[in-house]
Design a protein around this ligand. Structure first.
Ligand code: NAP
Ligand code: MG
Length: 423
């Protein structure tokens, strides 16, 4: 087979890319999803990826209907495929609840697919605003992006919950491997209420800390870690201690050499400092804190759709996804036949992240160049004021273009960049 990429200098694509679509060596695991995100997923693939690449994926349909049909086995298979292939790309998926169970006639309420995947892969989700230069953050002192490092294992996402219908005594019973039971009093409830038990693992917290320090060293930015150890002395206290232990034993020297600082502070103090900072740091957050803070930062930087999200597992496998959901309200308008103005950037950047990573692993310069060209084309479109409705406010309230028009604009710009060999 003719490998044109081997003949070219790095960062160049052949002029006749239409004739020579890029061949991939190894597939990426592709996890399709639900609602408006699924509609955009397909449009992105058909219009922005497949015209340029002979796309190789291992496809897993994580639509709610297929999760139901497979008893959620498809989600687990997909997570193991990411582990095996080293790279995955995931569309947003519905997390089922009682209302969704009724809407889709589900056999049961399945766990969040993200929680299932993260519990198999472990690791840390890094979320970073997509910077275009054209959209100023709502927080005027933020000059540089704040990156969230969200621990992806356990806590409330892997919790067991219980609804007490009346007065009761609640204890936590822990049985050791030797069969010895220990009972920890939780509460004497004098009426109906709710109970929750959650856990984490020292080894997962260690990996969380390690991946944050590696990320910070790579990007040359300081690390903050925040939790609430004043209230949760044992649980959050363990996070704080492990982070410090990993820093002292494995990273202090490297960080000092690179002039990278690490500090721990309470989550409420971190929030207040972040709002007064100029940005430019990695904020390591526990699972739930990271979920909330990344949405806050994405919204302050323009839109939930202007953020990248990558789950980095300790095995080295990476799953790229959008941080937003399935955009349900837009989907209901879409199925009524309305044109929606849903921003595809986060989904596109999930694809470019995955293809860029595959390119780096497989030594495919042309694929890496395509990924960065698509990103540049999307950012250029935004800078030129061709934006979807979520970003229109940043451009004097002009009407946003439809998703399809925005995707067509990115395609046109990508073709031009590749033709002009601008990169
Ligand atoms: P959502 O999909 O994130 O959307 C919430 C709102 O944010 C939208 O109604 C829209 O605001 C705005 N928005 C989000 N993404 C946008 C985009 N790409 N372009 C333009 N606007 C965007 O959250 P949701 O509607 O509350 O949740 C829908 C489903 O997504 C739920 O079933 C939830 O379980 C699931 N979910 C999945 C993931 C995931 O798989 N990663 C993450 C979160 C939620 P306007 O309506 O004001 O335009
Ligand atoms: Mg969220």
């Amino acid at each position: 087979m003719f490998h044109f990429c081997a003949l070219l200098k790095p960062k160049r694509l052949p002029y006749n890319w239409i004739m020579n679509k890029i061949d991939m060596k190894t597939p990426v695991a592709e996890l399709d999803g639900d609602e408006m995100a699924r509609v955009l997923w397909n449009e992105i693939k058909e219009n922005l990826i497949k015209p340029f690449v002979n796309l190789k994926t291992e496809y897993y349909d994580l639509s709610l209907q297929n999760r139901d049909a497979t008893g959620d086995e498809v989600t687990k298979e997909a997570a193991f495929a990411i582990k095996r292939l080293g790279v995955g790309v995931k569309c947003a998926t519905i997390t089922a609840n009682a209302q969704r169970q009724k809407e889709y006639g589900l056999k049961q309420i399945y766990k969040s697919p993200n929680a299932t995947i993260r519990s198999i892969l472990d690791g840390t989700v890094f979320r970073e605003p997509i910077k275009t230069g054209a959209i100023l953050p709502l927080v005027s002192c933020w000059k540089k992006p704040i990156v969230i490092g969200r621990h992806a294992y356990g806590d409330v996402y892997g919790a067991s919950e219980f609804r007490a219908n009346g007065p009761c005594k609640v204890e936590l019973c822990v049985t050791g491997e030797d069969g010895v039971e220990e009972r920890i009093p939780v509460a004497k409830m004098n009426g109906a209420g709710v109970v929750l038990a959650m856990h984490n693992l020292d080894e997962s917290i260690r990996n969380f800390a390690r991946s944050c320090f590696y990320y910070a060293l790579d990007k040359k930015i300081p690390v903050w870690f925040s939790a609430k150890d004043t209230i949760s002395k044992t649980y959050d206290g363990r996070f704080k201690d492990i982070f410090l232990e990993i820093y002292e034993t494995e990273f202090r020297e490297k960080c000092e050499k690179a002039n990278i600082s690490y500090f721990y502070t309470l989550i409420d103090d971190a929030v207040s400092r972040a709002m007064r900072s100029e940005g430019g740091f990695l904020w390591a957050c526990k699972n739930y804190d990271g979920d909330v803070m990344s949405d806050m930062i994405a919204s302050a930087c323009g839109s939930l759709a202007m953020m990248t999200s990558a789950l980095v597992s300790p095995s080295g496998a990476v799953e790229y996804e959008a941080a937003h959901g399935t955009v349900q309200k837009h989907y209901y308008r879409h199925i009524k036949g309305e044109k929606t103005s849903t921003n595809p950037c986060a989904l596109l950047f999930a694809w470019t992240g995955a293809l860029g990573k595959r390119a780096a692993l497989d030594g495919l310069n042309s694929l890496g160049t395509l990924a960065s060209t698509l990103e540049k084309a999307a950012k250029d479109a935004v800078c030129a004021g061709v934006v979807t409705a979520d970003l229109a406010g940043s451009f004097g309230g002009k009407k946003g273009v439809s998703s399809s028009e925005f995707i067509a604009e990115i395609k046109k710009r990508t073709e031009r960049l590749l033709k002009d060999d601008v990169l």
